[in-house]
Design a protein around this ligand. Structure first.
Ligand code: SF4
Ligand code: SF4
Length: 134
């Protein structure tokens, strides 16, 4: 059994389709919706945690592709611009998963593997060093 967390993007053409309910019928995996939002221009964004055999998780990813839903692994969506970051540490206090830490040189480092894309750092970084790719 493996776990995989994905950020799914639903274009305006597919956002109203019942893709997630079809997923539960077609693929033998368990999943949790960690976050779901829809932007003003009708692009859906969902953070999904899936658990199952590698074969079934690969089948779920193939199903998303076939359904026109783009996806990427969680954390790849949130970027740190190291040129803008001044290592003030504000994000450390806001991040619920401990994705930021100080290294030995007191520089703030970001671990995308721990990120659940909650966007708190994006909205609270005073230097706009954290961004979300849509
Ligand atoms: S809040 Fe922004 S500038 Fe401060 S450490 Fe975090 S990413 Fe860097
Ligand atoms: S998006 Fe949320 S979980 Fe990810 S690094 Fe920022 S505060 Fe932490």
């Amino acid at each position: 059994m493996i776990k995989k967390r994905l950020v799914l993007k639903f274009s305006p053409q597919v956002v109203n389709r019942p893709i997630i309910s079809a997923l539960s019928r077609k693929c033998d995996i368990s999943f949790n919706i960690l976050q779901a939002t829809i932007t003003q221009n009708k692009v859906g964004r969902m953070i999904l945690e899936m658990e199952g055999s590698k074969k079934n998780i690969d089948a779920a990813c193939a199903f998303f592709k076939k359904s026109g839903v783009s996806f990427q692994r969680l954390g790849e969506d949130i970027k740190m611009d190291e040129k803008k970051c001044v290592s003030c540490g504000v994000c450390i206090g806001y991040c619920p998963t401990g994705a930021f830490s100080f290294d030995a040189e007191k520089k703030v480092v970001f671990d995308p593997k721990k990120c659940i894309a909650c966007e708190f750092c994006v909205t609270h970084c005073p230097y706009n060093a954290m961004t979300l790719k849509y």
